[in-house]
Design a protein around this ligand. Structure first.
Ligand SMILES: Cc1cc2nc3c(=O)[nH]c(=O)nc-3n(C[C@H](O)[C@H](O)[C@H](O)COP(=O)(O)O)c2cc1C
Length: 196
């Protein structure tokens, strides 16, 4: 065997040809949240665990103020969590969304378009704004032409943290994991679908 044939046979022998369609897709789920007392942070950890359990999923956990443009735009899915402040998302979370334009220049080309989005919230009282908070988060995502999904509850995962229901209990944490898992599964499906 001459030298060229020898090199060729070694190179071909170590080559494993995997067609593109047979490759496992890999996705990144970014979980961004605000939390002063730790309750929303605990739910964020639950979302992270749920997403991480889906094979091929990379996860990133950040406070809203610390998310960089690169992290935002390279993620395949974004899950945003907020405490309820006066029946709405916290100002820090609203500023995060506003900064998509002011700092990151999301328009005019809709850089978040077709990414998967979801929401979670914690609130002190049973019926004082958790659903509104999740819906305003989802509305900001819809305005950016993201594809929003629920999980854990009709609008996302939530926990009541004060009064007769102090802290985040196991059932609420399970709903956060459920949300994270669903987000990762739906994102995986989206990424597996051939682009037209
Ligand atoms: C300024 C402020 C406003 C709040 N407004 C509401 C409210 O409208 N409805 C509610 O259920 N809880 C309200 N809460 C309670 C928080 O949403 C709740 O304690 C939450 O779990 C805190 O999350 P954290 O521990 O992640 O900071 C408010 C708390 C603060 C500090």
């Amino acid at each position: 065997m001459n030298m060229l044939a020898c090199i060729l046979s070694i190179a071909l022998g170590s080559l494993t040809l995997v067609p593109a369609w047979a490759e496992e897709p890999s996705i990144t789920v970014l979980v961004a949240y605000h939390s002063m007392g730790g309750h929303t942070e605990k739910m964020a950890q639950g979302v992270l665990e749920g997403a991480r359990g889906v094979p091929g999923t990379k996860v990133l956990l950040k406070r809203v103020g610390q998310v960089t443009a690169d992290e935002l735009f390279s993620a395949d899915a974004l899950v945003v969590g907020s405490p309820v402040y006066w029946a709405n998302m916290a100002g820090e979370v609203k500023t995060f969304f506003d900064n998509w334009q002011f700092k990151f220049g999301v328009f005019p080309d809709f850089k978040m378009r077709n990414k998967i989005g979801a929401a979670f919230a914690t609130g002190g009282q049973i019926s004082s704004g958790k659903e509104l908070t999740m819906l305003t988060i989802l509305a900001a995502m819809l305005g950016n032409q993201m594809i929003v999904v629920s999980g854990g509850g009709a609008f996302g995962a939530s926990a009541t943290t004060e009064g007769d229901s102090p802290g985040v209990d196991e059932q609420e944490l399970a709903s956060a994991r459920e949300l994270g898992q669903r987000v990762a599964e739906v994102t995986m499906r989206m990424k597996s679908t051939p682009k037209r």
